[in-house]
Design a protein around this ligand. Structure first.
Ligand code: MG
Length: 375
């Protein structure tokens, strides 16, 4: 039996994680849950999964939950690190937006635990600290993002010295061959393949999401930026590929459903049974690929640039994009200006090549403010 702490249990990935745990309740058990502010749903989840304790970040919601729940409830963001350092669990699932769970991730890795990581921002902004914690502790990261999960599957048990390239597939988003000028949030939120949260859907449309994944692949697998490629593959059937030095290429294919990478990360090295619907290649018929257009999608180019630059640059990329996407979703910034604004923020910030965590936090605050002022 593996004990699991789920951070972000009321979000899209968190709910799917609980679906998977429910389906494998002989092998997986929930010992802790954490959410941002949805106390109603967290309360229901507590009743159903009976964790030892739960964390709610929002103070007001937390007080409400405490009144109705008999489980130990910790209020506030510091509860996440407290939970990660003192609860009994084997796997920490991190599916909370932003970097609020950073300390929890570092603590779990130092403590030799497995982290099933679905949150991009932690690796993008703080990758060097995560890899350090991995080296120092005896923990491991199992990526929940479909692309990195695919790479993990293709790389499993292989000597990384034999690898030539990691190839991330990108769906290309709704503007792959359609003009995006003047696009409204509703045009963007119609994602062709994956059903996701609204922020990540906008990031998929600008290809920033793929840019973040390039940065994550660097930190997860130790691949240099030149070793990481992106290919547009609208069907999202191949989730990513690894090319070896002998020119052999391995790919991972599956019906696009996040329950598969979640189950893989929880059950590894074992596998579940029919976690998602089977893939019928004859129904799919053909698979298409094309090169990403770095001119039309400058966010992808910016991601490579910040990865090469290192230091505070990826954190500024991430924070500036977060704010710009928020401004777009609230109708204050046009779609085509997202990349422009992010590029200006990177240009304007005081770059630090070997930052501390507080210095990265400061760079993030600069980026949020810069975008707010510029809109
Ligand atoms: Mg992905």
């Amino acid at each position: 039996m593996k004990n699991i702490a789920v951070l972000g249990s009321t979000g899209t990935i968190g709910k799917m994680t609980l679906d998977v745990i429910r389906a494998y309740d002989k092998r997986l058990n929930v010992t802790a849950l954490a959410a941002n502010k949805n106390f109603e749903l967290l309360g229901e989840q507590i009743q159903q999964f009976l964790p030892d304790r739960a964390v709610l970040l929002n103070a007001e919601s937390c007080t409400k939950l405490k009144q109705v729940s008999e489980t130990e409830i910790i209020c506030g963001p510091s509860g996440l690190a407290e939970l990660a350092s003192s609860s009994s669990f084997d796997i920490l699932v991190v599916a909370m937006t932003g970097t609020v769970a950073l300390d929890a991730v570092l603590s779990a890795l130092h403590g030799g635990k497995r982290v099933a990581l679905a949150t991009k921002e932690i690796l993008v902004g703080f990758g060097q600290f995560v890899t350090e914690a991995l080296r120092e502790g005896n923990g491991e990261i199992l990526p929940v993002d479909s692309e990195h999960n695919a790479l993990h599957q293709c790389l499993e048990g292989r000597d990384f010295k034999t690898v030539k390239r990691l190839i991330l597939t990108a769906s290309g988003g709704p503007f792959l061959d359609k003009d995006y000028r003047g696009a409204a949030p509703s045009d963007v939120l119609a994602h062709p393949t994956w059903n996701m949260g609204s922020r990540i859907t906008v990031d998929s449309a600008t290809l920033m999401n793929k840019g973040f994944e390039v940065i994550e692949a660097h930190f997860l697998f130790g691949a240099s930026p030149d070793m990481i490629d992106v290919v547009v593959h609208p069907h999202s059937v191949i989730h990513s590929l690894v090319e070896f030095k002998d020119a052999s290429v391995l790919a991972q294919l599956a019906f696009p459903d996040m329950r598969l990478p979640i189950a893989y990360a929880l059950l590894y090295p074992e596998r579940g049974t029919d976690v998602v619907q089977n893939l019928d290649l004859t129904k799919i018929g053909s698979l298409e690929f094309s090169r990403p257009d770095f001119e039309r999608f400058p966010c992808l180019r910016l991601a490579y640039q910040t990865l090469r630059k290192g230091g505070t640059a990826p954190a500024v990329l991430q924070a500036a994009d977060y704010e710009a996407v928020g401004q777009f979703l609230s109708g204050k910034l046009s779609f085509e200006r997202i990349g422009e604004m992010v590029a200006s923020a990177i240009e304007a910030h005081s770059f630090i090549s070997k930052p501390t965590i507080p210095q990265i936090r400061e760079a993030e605050r600069f980026a949020y403010e810069f975008i707010k002022q510029g809109v």
